[in-house]
Design a protein around this ligand. Structure first.
Ligand SMILES: [Mg+2]
Length: 272
């Protein structure tokens, strides 16, 4: 159980959106929620105020199916009204099932795995070439490390020593079809990224203090940084944790929805 009230509310919003839309990816969104929140809070400089500046910091969610984690934080920061969350994946609203550039705060389309990571690396290089001090943050998933483009990206960023680039690897050891270690093992993941000239740190991806510390210390390192964040798919809801059933695109029944909200401290439906 997560005791942080704000994070519990975000979790409830994610589940609420999927309940209302009838489908969506809950497991992976709950897995990376603290990481997304921490990037906006501790990594980026005034993300809302600077949103139109060329030298703004950037965040790219490469594991695009987890977009609700980003949407709830963006609405919390004022990028759009939280009522939009009522219309997730609906033609009545702007929030698509994967990030799309028409959504305020979203930098690029993601969802085809590996593409966001590659885009983030290109942007980090471009910002350096323009002599901006901007930072680029990106979240990839463990299953995503099975994509070839990830390793081209890793090689390129390491070779270019992109010290403005930070990746989080949302390591929940599950992907759509099973355990990472059963489907196609990506380990030893730390050694692999290190061999591409990245600094690698391992943390608990649900611990806000650890996330804050690693983000605040980012400037110490003169290379691209990979943070292996150990997480739990479906984190925060007893019957969703570590369950493949909640990868997507399943929506909770009304009973499951109310049970999940109850576990988060909400005794009735969210209404806004
Ligand atoms: Mg995973």
């Amino acid at each position: 159980m997560i005791m942080n009230k704000k994070l519990n509310y975000f979790r409830a919003q994610i589940i609420d959106s999927v309940f209302k839309s009838g489908n969506g990816h809950i497991g992976g969104a709950l897995s990376c929620l603290e990481i997304v929140y921490s990037i906006y809070k501790y990594g980026m400089q005034n993300p809302y105020k600077n949103r139109k500046k060329k030298d703004r910091d950037r965040f790219i969610l490469s594991k695009g199916h987890a977009c609700l984690a980003q949407y709830v934080v963006l609405s919390h920061l004022g990028f759009f009204k939280k009522q939009e969350l009522n219309f997730f994946r609906s033609h009545r609203g702007i929030l698509e099932g994967h990030p799309e550039v028409k959504i305020p705060g979203v930098e690029t389309v993601t969802g085809s795995l590996g593409i966001g990571a590659s885009f983030a690396t290109g942007v980090a290089l471009g910002l350096k070439m323009q002599k901006y001090n901007s930072k680029v943050y990106c979240i990839i998933s463990d299953g995503e490390c099975q994509e070839g483009i990830i390793w081209e990206t890793a090689m390129f960023a390491g070779f270019k020593k992109l010290n403005n680039l930070t990746f989080f690897l949302d390591y929940n050891n599950l992907q759509q079809d099973g355990k990472i270690t059963d489907v196609m093992n990506i380990n030893p993941i730390v050694q692999k990224w290190k061999s591409f000239n990245w600094i690698v740190k391992t943390i608990n991806g649900h611990n806000l203090m650890e996330l804050k510390k690693v983000l605040k210390n980012r400037n110490k390192y003169k290379k691209p940084l990979l943070i292996v964040a150990k997480t739990i798919k479906g984190k925060g809801i007893s019957f969703m944790e570590n369950s493949l059933k909640w990868h997507g695109t399943k929506a909770p029944t009304k009973e499951e929805y109310l049970k999940a909200l109850g576990e988060l401290g909400f005794n009735r439906k969210l209404n806004y």
